[in-house]
Design a protein around this ligand. Structure first.
Ligand SMILES: [Zn+2]
Length: 88
């Protein structure tokens, strides 16, 4: 029996970073996008669900305003960090 869990914040963050990175004029290669996502997801409180319903759940999840604000701040912080020291 395998434990199937998923942090739904992953999908939500990955969904958001592209447009924010574009607006910031940040490089959007795989490495930079992955670095931004890793930075944000390491600091943001995860929200785990079991994946049987997790894939669908992540599309409809409603985040608290506090969580949304924190996520936007962390993405901005991550983009600045990656732009200063890109690893590509
Ligand atoms: Zn890059």
């Amino acid at each position: 029996m395998a434990v199937k869990i998923k942090n739904v914040m992953e999908d939500i963050v990955i969904d958001r970073i592209d447009s924010i990175m574009e607006k910031a004029g940040c490089c959007r290669c795989d490495q930079c996008q992955s670095d931004v996502a890793a930075y944000v997801l390491s600091k943001l409180k995860p929200k785990y669900v079991s994946t049987v319903s997790g894939e669908l759940y992540s599309k409809s999840v409603q985040l608290d305003t506090n969580v949304k604000n924190e996520m936007v701040l962390l993405i901005a912080e991550a983009v600045q960090t990656v732009m200063q020291k890109p690893r590509h």
